[in-house]
Design a protein around this ligand. Structure first.
Ligand code: CP
Ligand code: NVA
Length: 314
């Protein structure tokens, strides 16, 4: 059984074993409780972490930057056109330079291939803070949140309604690792990528998780313990927004849809939400909505992840 994640990358979530997932979630919970109880541990004092952002961010930037500060690590945030990968510098050269300065690199970018290429070249841990294909840090936070609210992950029925996007992919992999029943309801033509589904099914075969994808939001939500959704047009797809509004008709998470879920079911959204599109005000503002716990847990999950990959778990 693995006992350390020192030096490891987190690029999809699918590279973890179920034990390694626990290696992140367990300290995330205990360190969160310790923090709330007033304990302060700057276990990563003296380290530096680069945070490269090629897309906008509120939660990711703040949670990584504050997380670094709480660990005693120095965050170096590079966003916009003046940041890393400007002036046609190659991915390889950028990685070889950055590894000389920092102890870990967090990247939010477009192509998954860029972060894979970067991680291949880079000798320090690389963490995916969202690409077009995956958002593993969000799903670590979401799993922590589900476990806090429901007391378990295994056998929880987790429904995701909407676009078969980066969040859907990461829910598939994370849910499979955690032994959940993952049900996706996506419009025709907006299903998750087949290779991600195959990967998730392979993990599920070993963990006892189940994976079900349909084009019917009601089928996904019926009897679910958690219902999640995400924007219909992700960053980089802004020009498709109008066309997607029609394609996603019937996929809004409203009170009627939530009514099909298990009594007491929770609502989740990684945020930012587009109220009136993928979710109604009534649902996102309901007592059963745990979207802000989810946002807070980005900080706790990522703090635990960073201390592990930096090898600073003390
Ligand atoms: N959920 C999330 O990743 O939010 P940001 O895009 O604001 O970082
Ligand atoms: N699918 C969304 C997630 C935002 C956190 C996007 O990629 O824009």
């Amino acid at each position: 059984m693995t006992t350390t994640l020192e030096g490891r990358d987190l690029l999809t979530l699918g590279e973890l074993t179920p034990d390694e997932l626990r290696l992140i979630l367990d300290p995330a919970r205990t360190q969160k409780n310790a923090w709330l109880a007033g304990e302060r541990s700057r276990s990563a004092e003296g380290t530096a972490v680069a945070i490269v952002l090629h897309k906008p961010s509120l939660r990711t930037r703040m949670s990584f930057e504050v997380g670094c500060a709480r660990l005693g690590a120095h965050p170096v945030v590079m966003s916009g056109p003046d940041g890393a990968f400007s002036r046609n510098e190659t991915v390889y050269d950028t990685a070889k330079v950055m590894e000389r300065y920092v102890d870990a690199v967090v990247i939010r970018t477009f192509a998954q291939s860029l972060i894979e290429e970067f991680a291949e070249a880079c000798s320090v841990p690389v963490v995916n803070a969202l690409t077009d294909d995956f958002h593993p840090c969000q799903v670590l936070a979401d799993l922590l949140t589900v476990e806090e609210h429901l007391g378990q992950l295994k056998d929880v029925t987790f429904a995701y309604v909407g676009d078969g996007n980066n969040m859907a992919h990461s829910y598939l992999l994370g849910g499979a690792l955690a032994g959940m029943n993952v049900r996706l309801g996506c419009p025709v033509g907006f299903e998750p990528k087949e290779e991600v589904l195959e990967h998730a099914r392979g993990i599920a075969a070993a963990t006892g998780a189940t994976i079900h994808v349909s084009n019917d939001p009601r089928e996904a939500v019926e009897g679910a313990h958690v219902v999640a959704t995400d924007t219909w047009a992700s960053m980089g797809q802004e020009e498709e927004h109008g066309a997607r509004l029609s394609a996603f008709e019937g996929f809004t998470v409203d009170s009627a849809l939530m009514g099909l879920a298990e009594p007491g079911a929770r609502f989740m959204h990684c945020l930012p939400a587009h109220r009136g599109e993928e979710v109604t005000d009534e649902v996102i503002d309901a007592a059963y909505s745990i979207v802000f716990d989810e946002a807070e847990n980005r900080l706790h999950a990522q703090k635990a992840l960073l201390s592990l990959v930096l090898g600073c778990t003390g």
